[in-house]
Write a protein that binds this ligand. Structure first.
Ligand code: GUN
Length: 374
């Protein structure tokens, strides 16, 4: 049975698209970048900052939240949006990807994945059905199917086995989602590594099952950018035009620009907050490493034209000092500056697509990054 469509395409420019995704907790303007609040918190920022920066939707992680404080507890406390007081739309990742990177003694079987918690060593089984149940308990607006993501480079046999398993888990996830509130969504995840034919098989298989939206996973896991973009081009034509497309775990501002040009509508990545904590600023002049000694005497702000006060008001010399001294404020300011830059980039892309000038915008933006600021 086909699922209701909560996505409205408002405009297209080449393969780039702009639209609106309606959730029970608000509307998401696409292309959208979802800041990552893994444990129900945005590292270094208050929710009001995230909102002020222009984010419509944030991401939370099933894996972390089921271990601590527990999905049943969050359910009792009214769901993730209320518990955190973010209040807006939330997408939750299903856990498989985080199990692979964080958990100990993990084993992937047909039934699901078993592992030991990285917090207290408890043995846990995560099946496609349990991943859906946990995401329902969390009250997620957009749930993701359980999948298996293979790091690249990998053997074709391993990539194919994980892709086929992910397809079978997609089917089970879809069945487990039946009876969920009508406003909630479930996305399938395309796998298939760096092999075009497997990407196509995965995309077609998922489309046959039918989801509210389609993610492209298994990218930004060790392959060159050109391979990632080629895999988007392989998968996208097989996905339904009228459904949202989400590129998982990506990426740099340049990755976002190029992926939007290829028809992607949604992204998430820890990069703006994580790199911010390590002294890196994303700006329209490219990335600036504030640890670098050349900033020590520089009285200029990062970008005097930014709409984000911290990017406009503080000197590079002060930001450099905060980063070098390991002050928490440095991490907070740079996380905010980076999230605000990512959101301003998304807003600019949405306007350029709506105005039919995306190609010019893309070239101008790339030139700005390449020119640098000094
Ligand atoms: N986050 C980044 N990549 C992936 C992926 O392939 N699968 C899931 N579930 N999450 C991801």
């Amino acid at each position: 049975m086909s699922l209701a469509n909560h996505f409205e395409l408002l405009g297209r420019d080449g393969d780039a698209r702009t639209g609106l995704l309606t959730t029970a907790h608000g509307t998401v303007r696409t292309p959208a970048f979802m800041p990552v609040g893994t444990q129900g918190a945005m590292k270094g920022l208050q929710w009001q900052d995230v909102r002020d920066a222009g984010a419509d939707i944030v991401l939370g992680n099933t894996y972390h939240l089921m271990l601590r404080p527990g999905a049943e507890r969050i359910h009792e406390l009214g769901g993730l949006q209320k518990f955190t007081r973010w209040g807006g739309p939330m997408l939750t990742d299903s856990g498989g990807f985080q199990v692979m990177s964080l958990a100990q003694l993990r084993k992937v079987k047909e039934q699901g994945v078993t592992f030991r918690s990285h917090i207290d060593g408890t043995a846990i089984e995560l099946t496609p059905e349990r991943a859906i149940e946990v995401q329902r308990l969390l009250g997620s607006d957009i749930a993701m199917q359980l999948d298996e993501c293979v790091r690249l480079p990998a053997e074709r046999g391993d990539i194919e086995r994980a892709m086929q398993l992910s397809l079978r888990w997609a089917e089970r996830s879809r069945r487990a989602f039946e009876g969920a509130p009508a406003a909630n969504m479930l996305f399938g995840i395309v796998q298939g590594g760096d092999i075009p034919e497997l990407r196509r098989t995965s995309a077609c298989g998922l489309t046959g099952i039918g989801f509210h939206g389609y993610a492209i996973g298994g990218l930004a896991v060790g392959e060159p950018q050109a391979t990632m973009l080629a895999m988007i081009e392989e998968a996208a034509p097989w996905l339904p035009m009228e459904r949202p497309r989400y590129l998982m775990g990506v990426g740099t501002p340049h990755d976002l620009l190029e992926a939007v040009a290829r028809g992607i509508d949604m992204f998430d990545c820890v990069m703006p907050t994580r790199n911010g904590r390590h002294g890196m600023a994303f700006t329209r002049f490219g990335q600036i490493n504030l640890r670098n000694a050349r900033h020590a005497d520089d009285p200029r702000p990062l970008d005097e034209e930014s709409s984000w006060p911290a990017a406009r008001d503080y000197s590079r010399a002060y930001l450099h000092h905060l980063v070098r001294s390991g002050e928490t404020l440095g991490a907070m300011l740079l996380s905010g500056i980076n999230i605000a830059y990512y959101q301003s980039l998304m807003q600019a892309m949405r306007s350029a697509i709506a105005g039919g000038v995306f190609q010019e915008f893309r070239e101008r933006t790339r030139e700005g990054w390449a020119r640098g600021d000094i």
